[in-house]
Each structure stands twice: as C-alpha cells, then as structure tokens.
Write a protein of this length. Structure first.
Length: 137
C-alpha cells in the first residue's frame, strides 16, 4: 500500500464532511420557511455515504468515502393554523419544515469534528513522512 493513499482517503473524508456541512447549513437556513401546501414545503435533507472500495484489489479495505445521495426526511411537517398569514391555504393553515435544530446542531458539530480529524490525519502523515526523509541525513 502506498503511503500517499492516506492523503486520498483523508481528502475523500474531508470532501464528504464538507458536503454534509452544506446540507446542514441548507436545513438550518430553511428552518423558518413557510409554505401553503405540503408538497411545496422544505423537508430536512440528510446525506447518504458509501465506502469506496479498491477496484484493483478487492481484498484491500475501503479507500475512501463518497456521497451516494441525499434523503429527504419522512418526519411529519409542522402544520400551523394562521388564517391571517399571507401564505395560508384556503383552510387557514401554513406548513413549516420538519427541520429539528437540535439534530442539525449535533450534525454540524459531528461533521466539523470529523473534518478536523481528517485534517489531523493528513498533518500526522506529513510529519511522519518528513521525519522518515530526515533519517537519511
């Protein structure tokens, strides 16, 4: 196994966590969005990740991660009776997203820590490679 694969693996993790942070930011930005129908209402989105396997040698472990897709939450939307709201439907209801801010904050902290851990893996690998090169001096 090449020592440089460490950088590729950590970089794929950083890329995945960056995409996860973007989805969290989108969910948080739309927490107060209002709609007049369930079909048009924003729904919380979560990433789905998949391990990238070594195509050349199936016996090798995973060599990274990538985002396979995005799932919309199936949690019920918040229906609120607000007959004076300009977005109210004919029955006087508005619909709010199913975004849970506590979950989003936890996802944000988890994603940023995972990103930071991958950065530390890259820095440790750089230091070890540099120390190995200095051994020959």
């Amino acid at each position: 196994m090449s020592m440089f694969k460490i950088f590729d693996t950590a970089a794929s993790g950083m890329s995945a966590q960056s995409l996860r942070l973007n989805l969290v930011a989108s969910n948080m930005a739309n927490v107060d969005a209002v709609s007049s129908s369930q079909e048009e209402t924003y729904r919380a989105r979560q990433p789905v990740f998949k391990a990238m396997l070594n195509q050349l040698n199936p016996d090798d472990p995973a060599v990274g991660v990538r985002m396979q897709g995005v799932l919309e939450s199936e949690a019920p939307l918040q229906m609120e009776y607000a007959p004076n709201h300009p977005m109210a439907n004919d029955d006087g209801y508005i619909f709010r997203p199913n975004v849970n801010m506590v979950e989003e904050m936890a996802n944000m902290i988890s994603a940023s820590r995972s990103y930071q851990s991958n950065v530390e893996v890259i820095n440790a690998a750089k230091q070890l490679m540099s120390a190995t090169l200095r051994m020959g001096e």
